[in-house]
Design a protein around this ligand. Sequence first.
Ligand code: GDP
Length: 679
Amino acid sequence: MLNLTRQMIEIRSILLSVGGSNALRLPSIVVIGSQSSGKSSVLESIVGQEFLPKGSNMVTRRPIELTLVNDSTLAAETAEFPALKMYNMTDFQQVQKVLYELNMSIPETEAVSSDPIQLVIKSPKVPDLSLVDLPGYIQVEAADQPVTLKSKIRELCDRYLEEPNIILAISAADVDLANSSALRAAKKADPKGERTIGVITKLDLVDSETARQMLTNKKYPLKMGYVGVITRPPPSTSLFRRQSGAEAFIAQQNFERAYFKEHKDSFIGTTVSTKALKKKLMKVLERSMANCLRPMHVVVSNELEEASYKYKVEFNDRDLTSEKYMAQTIDNLKLAIKEFSERFGRPELRALLRSELDQKVLDLIALRYWNKPPVTNKNKESENEPSLDELATAPPNDTYWHRKLDIATASLTKLGVGRLATSLISDAILTEIDVLLDNTDLRSHPMIKNAIKDAAVSVLTTRYNSTAEQVENCIKPYKYEIEVDDREWALSRQHATMLLKEELKQCTSAYNQLKKTLGGNKLKQITTYLENENNLVGQTIAKENLGFSPGLLSRGREALFLKERSRLLAMRLKFLQSGCKSKDNKYKCPEVFMDLVAEKLTQTAVLFLNVELLSDFYYTFPRELEKKLGKSLTPEQIEQFAKEDPKVKKHIELQERKELLDLALSKIEDVMALQKRIV
Ligand code: GDP
């Protein structure tokens, strides 16, 4: 013996995992028999375990592909359901239960499913065999089922009965062989009786002469002959059980042995006993596997060639596994983060924060200086407040203007620059991570994309409070005193001028836009009306709106506002040129002074943001990614990730297929070489 079956079973399981072509299947022994013929008893006595589900309502609804592996290193039988990832099961009642449930998952209305159950049993006592227990073959004839279901069952069974499979046709000795539906079905699939082994069970129930005639059946001669067995199930199946599995089968074997010994003479020249059946099955299977080697080699070579060609053309022979894809993804991401860190450093940070603070400065100045205080009855005192037009000519020590600037400055320094700046930068980083992810392969991986975003958020969150506090602490001195030198003043004057010019431009353009949409004349009419109305404020004269709609009036007010804002801005710009040359004039130049404060706040904040938040993020985030994606994911999660992308899935699966076919082919070649040497 070459132990060929064992090796072929290995090759078969490789080819099974490749899936696809049926031609890749190696021969199995397909067991058929009518209900109560003793089919289960035969299978169980081969295995030496009671494991098949019992019941009258057609408990076998899916083919069971049973692989027996002889493993002398094992102390006892173990079972596994590879598809369910259930391994090393030693409780065969549990196996029975799983099989029952797997069968019952097919509803009675569907009768059968062609999706097979894969069951592997390893034991030091079983022979290397691959068997198939077919669903209710015989029920086809017996049961009262609709024609479509019958033909469905028949189709499924016929496919298993095809070459190169061996048919194990089980008939009970106490039923006339002419009525054996197993033999009838076998004859249809194998008319010349070349691949069928007949098994006659329950020999103990007939007299020796009848038994003998059955075993030498002349009506339906089989090249591989008949084997007689007594597989009377062990007493453990009776109501008064519990003989342990192994003991029960020893009892069955002893009974069988004793029976054939006692009737030795009647069975001369015939093959009897479960032991002889096992031996025969091994021999027959090995021979038919050997016959399959050459055609299998051709089929596998062709499949491999086809897969390799596709692999080359579609994927340029580029090696890819789920793990590699994941590693590549992490590397690409790290690279993208590195590039981002080069693009987004201290200068960018500074620009971002400065522009945010510029906006705040403009808002504060607008609020405190440029907005004309609304003059109403209730707001009498504001009538006495000097208007901005008077600022230029106010005496240098006018406390009103001093207080105004102090308040505006305090509003800026006490704005919560720490939190504002930290949030601003964190948001900018997160937005960039989003953009970055959408520019990599990760865009089609929602699961990992979210994990990465979560990682970024968690890195930033851990630094958020301490960064905001540090920044806030460091700008604290500016809340009390701000020193100014000439150079800083000159720069801020320049910058403030630029900002005011931009603001003026926007005001003018917004005004022109309104003018364009309303028409110059109309706008004039409305604004004149509104100006008159303003002049009448406080008087109780009934006002007419001259037919202007509330919408038009609100636009008119907007136009007036813009016109006034533009006038003030132009005036302030002019004053910035003439009256703001020296820092000593700071109370008359709030735009310049506030700009200077914003600059100082920016400079200080940036120092800490850069070290505490940005540099720390660039250092920690890639490590966090490695931790989150590289190490804490299970192989299944990595595979799921890689295969989320259809193109990657196709690539990986084709590569796996190619590798498996390659492995199978080299194993087939090894076996062929060995066979040649021995022959
Ligand atoms: P299945 O329906 O074809 O799977 O048949 P089972 O293996 O369940 O057996 C049907 C019945 O025949 C059971 O009651 C068994 O006890 C009985 N039986 C099976 N084999 C033998 C045998 O060799 N001798 C005797 N006397 N009874 C047997």
